[in-house]
Design a protein around this ligand. Structure first.
Ligand SMILES: Nc1ncnc2c1ncn2[C@@H]1O[C@H](COP(=O)(O)OP(=O)(O)OP(=O)(O)O)[C@@H](O)[C@H]1O
Ligand SMILES: [Mg+2]
Length: 331
């Protein structure tokens, strides 16, 4: 698939179980879009603000979008700030009382009207998409939403239709419908699920994917299977290694290493063999769940490699963006 086609919907929502790599994938997608000339905004919605760290900055953890790297902007959609902005834009309330927009007040009315926080967050995404004056739009071409973990994501995305059903007339109903239209229009919005190739994340992703296709009716793109261990050895090399290690690994391998000018001790060999066995066993477990995902999901599955670095940083995100570009082009 051509990358421009892949980037056609302006809003790309990234979701998945907690800790599977949503923020990492959101950042990598942002780089892909920026490389293809898009002005990109990544919106975090969970207050954690882990995204700017990936870009090596502390900017972009606030409600106002800030540039994290060339062409990539970040912001954190805080419901209290979204409420302030909504009241200002909608009702021209310039000076809004602190009580009205305090976390306490928002929590209080959220209890009375469940889903309100989600509506406020989605409303901000709509403002960004519409790029209306006075709503911090900056003219973004692509808006990547680092969405809540999958369980909450379904409630998050169904909040507007719930509100539209509950409120039969008036401006609130009209606005809720705008959000429903934004989410359900495949030319405007697409969801990407991220998962690990492990049992629970795969089961949960398949369930979420079915719910998106079914009752939510929101378009999905390829699913990202993150943290896949790469294959170090070919099948033939593995067989050779098995043969050697079944007899006298250390002596023979030390001699092989010497022959190519490597001075390896017995404990180096033990460490390398342990590492190779660890990777091989993880790969075989991942293979089982990748197969299940590929077989049962209606979407294509894109594999992202596990990167061995202590805490991912911008160069790692660049590597993942390279992989995404390559795999999308092969779709
Ligand atoms: N491909 C990868 N290779 C190695 N480490 C990774 C990879 N993807 C993510 N990680 C690491 O896994 C951890 C979780 O990633 P990330 O923060 O992107 O997940 P998340 O789904 O956004 O988590 P949360 O649900 O807490 O928001 C981080 O420490 C990140 O650096
Ligand atoms: Mg995250």
């Amino acid at each position: 698939m051509n990358i421009d086609e892949f980037l056609r919907p302006k809003i790309l929502i990234v979701s998945g179980k907690g800790g599977v790599g949503k923020t990492t994938v959101a950042a990598s997608l942002a780089l892909v879009a920026a490389r293809h000339g898009r002005k990109v905004c990544v919106a975090e919605v969970d207050r954690k603000g882990t995204l700017p760290k990936l870009f090596g900055t502390t900017k972009g953890s606030t409600y106002d979008a800030e540039e994290l790297s060339p062409g990539v902007w970040g912001l954190n959609i805080i419901p209290e700030d979204a409420l302030t902005e909504y009241l200002r834009v909608q009702y021209h309330m310039k000076r809004i009382s602190k009580v009205f927009t305090s976390t306490h007040f928002v929590d209080y009315i959220t209890t009375a009207a469940p889903g309100l926080k989600d509506i406020l967050v989605l409303g901000k995404i709509w403002y960004l998409e519409q790029n209306r004056e006075g709503t911090g739009g900056h003219g973004f071409d692509t808006i990547i939403v680092d969405a809540p973990a999958a369980g909450h994501m379904l409630t998050f995305l169904s909040a507007p239709s719930g509100l539209a059903d509950a409120v039969r007339v008036g401006p609130i109903r009209r606005q809720a419908q705008w959000l429903v239209e934004m989410l359900e229009d495949p030319s405007r919005t697409r969801v990407h699920l991220v998962t690990l190739a492990e049992e629970m994340p795969v089961v949960e992703s398949l369930e979420t994917s079915a719910a998106l296709d079914g009752r939510l009716g929101i378009q999905q793109g390829p699913i990202f299977a993150n943290g896949i261990f790469s294959q170090l050895l070919t099948k033939k090399e593995e067989a050779t290694l098995d043969r050697i290690t079944s007899t006298d690994p250390a002596t023979e391998l030390c001699a092989e290493a010497q022959a190519v000018g490597l001075d390896l001790e017995q404990e180096d060999i033990d460490g390398l063999l342990g590492y190779e066995r660890f990777l091989a066993s993880r790969r075989s477990i991942q293979g089982v769940y990748l197969k299940q995902l590929q077989k049962e999901a209606d979407q294509s599955v894109l594999e992202l490699p596990f990167l061995f670095s202590a805490g991912l940083a911008l160069p790692d995100i660049e590597t993942l963006a390279d992989v995404i570009e390559r795999e999308v082009e092969e779709l």
